[in-house]
Design a protein around this ligand. Structure first.
Ligand SMILES: [Zn+2]
Length: 566
C-alpha cells in the first residue's frame, strides 16, 4: 500500500474528547473516528488490526470444536420476556419498534436467540454437545459511554455458547474454551492474566476473566507468583492475618478528648499509632435499614462482599445526618461501642487488640479497645478489598497487585437459560432433559484498545507483531530524489512479492513527518532509504520498540522479518 493512497488521517493534536491513551492514540493515528457518543467508525488501519484479532480468535475457536454462525442483531421482545430480561436489562437495552408497533431489542448479548435456535432443531442427545460462536456487533446504551473503544455503545464481540447433555459435559466444554483463550491471548503476544471471577457459587458454577495488563486498566488484579492464583481485587478472598502484637488486652478502655480529629489519619497521628490500629466504622443503609461495617483504618470496604453477606438488593453509604440520628455523633467520631444496630466486623478487626475508635460523641475517641470485650458484632466476615502483600488464599505467599483490562470472560451458565427457554432433549433412555450451557465472550474492539494501552510510548502505538496493521514501512528520505524513490520502490516491490504487508511512504513530505507518522501508527519495522543506501547497498532498519538503527542488506532484512513473524 502506498501511503499517498492510504486513508489514515493522522492528527498532530491530542483530541480533547479522549480521556484514555488508547482512545487518544487511535484517534490521532487515524484508526478510528467518532460517529456519535460510544459509536465509532473503524478506518482501514483499524480494520486490518481487527481482522487479525478475529482471525486468531476464529482459528482457535475452530480448533476447540466451535462452529461459526451469524445470529440476528434485531431480536424480538417475546424471546427476552421468556427469560425476564426484557425488564431486567432496563435502560441499557436499545429498543426499537417496527411499523406494526412490535418491539425489538438491538442485541446486547445472544443467549435468548441461540438457545431458542438450538432448542428448535436439537431434540436428541445425539445432537450434543454443540459449540457455536459468532463475531458480531453488540449494543449497550451506556449512560455515559467513555474511554473510546473501552466502553462503547456499539462494539464488536466474539460470543460462543456451548450446549451439553450434563454438567460433566459442560466442564469439558469449559476447559476447552479455557485453553483456547490462553492460546488466543498468547498468540496475540499480549501480557495477560486469567483471574477467578467468582468464588465458586452454588451448583459448581464458575467463571474466569482474561485481563490484559496495563497501568491504565480500570480493574485491579491480585496474583500469586508461587501458584496460579489470581483474582479481581473486588472478588479476591482475604484470609485473616495474625493479630498485631505489642499490646495486651489487659489495659482498660479509656475515652479521650480528641478535638478536631476526624479522619483515620488524624486519629492515628493524634495517638501516634499506625492507621492499621484504628477501627473505621462505616454506616450503610441495606435496603433502607442501617447497618455498620467495621474495618481497619487502612482498608477499603468491599461493597460486593458486604452486600452478598447481607443478601440485600441495595447497599449505600448513609449520610452524616443519619449518623447524628443513630449515633449522636458525626462521621469523625463513630464507633461500635454501645451501639444498637447490627454490626458486621471484618476478620482483621477480630484479631486486633488495644485499638482506637470513635466514642459516638463529637471530638472523643476510645483507646485500648478490645473487640469481643468492649463490643460484640453480629458476624465476623471478610469485608475488605484485597491489597498487595496479603497472603495468597491457596499458598500464603504474599500477593502482588497489577492493573488490567478485561478482554475475555468465560461462564458456566448451567441451566439458567435452557430452563427458561425450555431447551430440552431426549437422553439415551428416552427421558427429557434440560441442556446445560456455557457462554464465552471476547471483546474484539476492546482487545484492540487494550493492546494499545499495553504497548505504546510517547511517540505512539507499538503494535504486538501479530496484530500490526502492516509489518514494514519503507521510507525514502527525500521523495523528490528519483534514485531514492526508485530504490525504495524496488524494496517495496520485493517485499510485496514475498507476501509481506508493507507500506511505501511515497508522500511528498519531510522525512521527519514520515518518521513521526510511522511511529504514531506503530508499524513494527521501518526501512529508511537515504543517500547511504544507494552508496552501500544497505538500508537503515529500525524496530519500533528499540532505539538502535541497523544497516542491513536486503537478505538480512528478509531474514529478520522471517524471524519476527516466523
Ligand atoms: Zn499462591
Amino acid at each position: 500500500m502506498k501511503a499517498s493512497e492510504l486513508f489514515f488521517p493522522t492528527l498532530r493534536e491530542v483530541p480533547a474528547e479522549a480521556e484514555v491513551v488508547s482512545h487518544q492514540l487511535l484517534l490521532r493515528a487515524g484508526f478510528i473516528r467518532k460517529a456519535s457518543g460510544g459509536v465509532y467508525s473503524y478506518l482501514p488501519l483499524a480494520q486490518r488490526v481487527l481482522k487479525k484479532i478475529m482471525q486468531i480468535v476464529r482459528e482457535e475457536m475452530d480448533r476447540a470444536g466451535g462452529q461459526e454462525l451469524m445470529l440476528p442483531i434485531i431480536q424480538p421482545r417475546e424471546l427476552w420476556e421468556k427469560t425476564g430480561r426484557w425488564d431486567v436489562y432496563g435502560d441499557e437495552m436499545f429498543r426499537l419498534q417496527d411499523r406494526h408497533k412490535r418491539y425489538f431489542a438491538l442485541g446486547p448479548t445472544h443467549e435468548e436467540i441461540i438457545t431458542t435456535l438450538v432448542n428448535a432443531d436439537v431434540h436428541s442427545y445425539r445432537g450434543l454437545p454443540l459449540m457455536l460462536y459468532q463475531i458480531q456487533n453488540k449494543y449497550r446504551d451506556e449512560i455515559r459511554p467513555r474511554f473510546g473503544l473501552m466502553r462503547g455503545r456499539e462494539f464488536i464481540m466474539k460470543d460462543a455458547y456451548s450446549f451439553d447433555v450434563d454438567y460433566q459435559g459442560l466442564d469439558m466444554s469449559y476447559q476447552k474454551m479455557f485453553e483456547a483463550y490462553h492460546q488466543i491471548f498468547q498468540r496475540m503476544e499480549l501480557k495477560y492474566r486469567v483471574v477467578e471471577a467468582d468464588s465458586g457459587a452454588i451448583g459448581g458454577s464458575s467463571s474466569h476473566e482474561y485481563m490484559v495488563l496495563a497501568d491504565s486498566g480500570e480493574a485491579e488484579v491480585v496474583y500469586c507468583e508461587q501458584c496460579s492464583y489470581a483474582a479481581n481485587v473486588e472478588k479476591a478472598e482475604c484470609s485473616c492475618q495474625e493479630a498485631v502484637p505489642g499490646q495486651t488486652d489487659a489495659l482498660p478502655l479509656e475515652k479521650k478528648h480528641t478535638p478536631g480529629q476526624k479522619t483515620v489519619e488524624d486519629v492515628a497521628a493524634f495517638f501516634q499509632r499506625p492507621t492499621s490500629q484504628v477501627i473505621k466504622t462505616l454506616l450503610c443503609l441495606a435496603d433502607g435499614q442501617p447497618v455498620v461495617a467495621l474495618l481497619r483504618g487502612d482498608r477499603e470496604l468491599n461493597v460486593v462482599k458486604f452486600q452478598n453477606l447481607l443478601g440485600c438488593l441495595d447497599l449505600v453509604m448513609a449520610d452524616e445526618k443519619a449518623a447524628y440520628e443513630l449515633f449522636g455523633a458525626g462521621f469523625g467520631s463513630l464507633g461500635p461501642i454501645g451501639l444498637d444496630i447490627p454490626i458486621y466486623g471484618d476478620l482483621e478487626i477480630q484479631a486486633m487488640s488495644a485499638a482506637n475508635c470513635g466514642a459516638n460523641q463529637d471530638d472523643y475517641h476510645y483507646i485500648n479497645v478490645c473487640p469481643g470485650r468492649d463490643f460484640q458484632v453480629r458476624q465476623w466476615n471478610d469485608l475488605r478489598n484485597a491489597v498487595a502483600g496479603d497472603p495468597c488464599p491457596h499458598c500464603q505467599n504474599p500477593l502482588q497487585l497489577v492493573r488490567g483490562i478485561e478482554v475475555g470472560h468465560i461462564f458456566k451458565l448451567g441451566d439458567k437459560y435452557s430452563r427458561d427457554l425450555d431447551a430440552s432433549f431426549l437422553d439415551q433412555n428416552g427421558q427429557s432433559q434440560i441442556m446445560v450451557m456455557g457462554c464465552y465472550g471476547i471483546g474484539i474492539s476492546r482487545t484492540m484498545a487494550a493492546a494499545v494501552e499495553q504497548n505504546r510510548d510517547e511517540q505512539g502505538i507499538i503494535w504486538p507483531l501479530p496484530l500490526a496493521p502492516y509489518q514494514v514501512i519503507v521510507i525514502p528520505v527525500n521523495s523528490k530524489k528519483e534514485d531514492q524513490m526508485d530504490l525504495a520502490r524496488s524494496i517495496y516491490e520485493q517485499l510485496l512479492a514475498k507476501g509481506i504487508e508493507v507500506i511505501l511512504d511515497d508522500r511528498d513530505e519531510r522525512a521527519g513527518v514520515k518518521f513521526k507518522d510511522a511511529d504514531l501508527i506503530g508499524i513494527p519495522l521501518r526501512i529508511t532509504v537515504g543517500p547511504k543506501a544507494l552508496q552501500e547497498n544497505k538500508v537503515e532498519v529500525k524496530k519500533r520498540w528499540e532505539k538502535d538503527i541497523n544497516m542491513m542488506g536486503m537478505e538480512e532484512v528478509l531474514n529478520l522479518i522471517g524471524e519476527l513473524w516466523g
